[in-house]
Design a binder for this molecule. Structure first.
Ligand SMILES: [Cu+2]
Length: 200
């Protein structure tokens, strides 16, 4: 069928078909529009709970990223600048915390892998002067070649190591007492990866 044949005898009928087509198009557009608006409302409702995570325990850093904070949240930064060839650091933003659930928000800003191990201190032990008597994985006492502290009183740890740049949260329920926060990868405690925590 050619255009010319259509124009020849059924111009009115063509107009009517076009008109019907236009109406159908408008109805479809209208339905799609309603569906779109409904989708927006649904999306807004779905996202609203996550818009305020942690409510009063959350602050917004200058960078715009959300940083959890509160008495039970301890930020721990694990770092080094030259691996085993230099000093290493384990810095916690708190040295005291209330007993109960503690969330350690851990970041490895160093050049090699690190971990966090929470050790309960006993007797006269102090976090800064634990004897380096162990080696191996898991650490066990050795008569020579010791490069780790004992993990006999390990109450929480990250398990696998954090890669450079990695951030991880470790939740632990801590009773009142004194603790050492350490990285117990071979030699790291001795190179400086230790801090104290008093829970009360
Ligand atoms: Cu380490």
């Amino acid at each position: 069928m050619t255009t010319q044949a259509n124009n020849g005898g059924n111009a009115a009928a063509d107009d009517e078909r076009m008109s019907t087509g236009t109406k159908v198009g408008l109805v479809v557009a209208g339905v799609l529009g309603i569906a779109f608006v409904a989708g927006l409302i649904l999306a807004a409702q779905t996202s609203s709970p996550s818009a305020a995570p942690g409510t009063e325990t959350t602050t917004t850093a200058a960078s715009g990223t959300t940083v959890p904070s509160g008495p039970g949240i301890i930020h721990v930064t694990l770092s080094d600048t030259q691996g085993l060839g230099g000093p290493m650091t384990l810095v916690a933003d708190k040295s005291t915390a209330p007993a109960g659930k503690i969330s350690f928000v851990i970041k490895n800003t160093g050049t090699i892998e690190h971990e966090l191990v929470v050790l309960k201190l006993t007797g006269s032990q102090t976090w800064n002067n634990l004897p380096i008597t162990d080696a191996g994985d898991p650490p066990a006492p050795v008569t020579s070649g010791a490069d780790k502290v004992s993990e006999a009183n390990d109450v929480a740890d990250t398990g696998s190591n954090l890669k450079p740049g990695e951030t991880r949260t470790l939740d632990a329920t801590l009773a009142a007492g004194n603790y050492a926060l350490v990285c117990n990868i071979a030699k790291h405690y001795g190179l400086g990866m230790r801090a104290g925590l008093t829970v009360s």
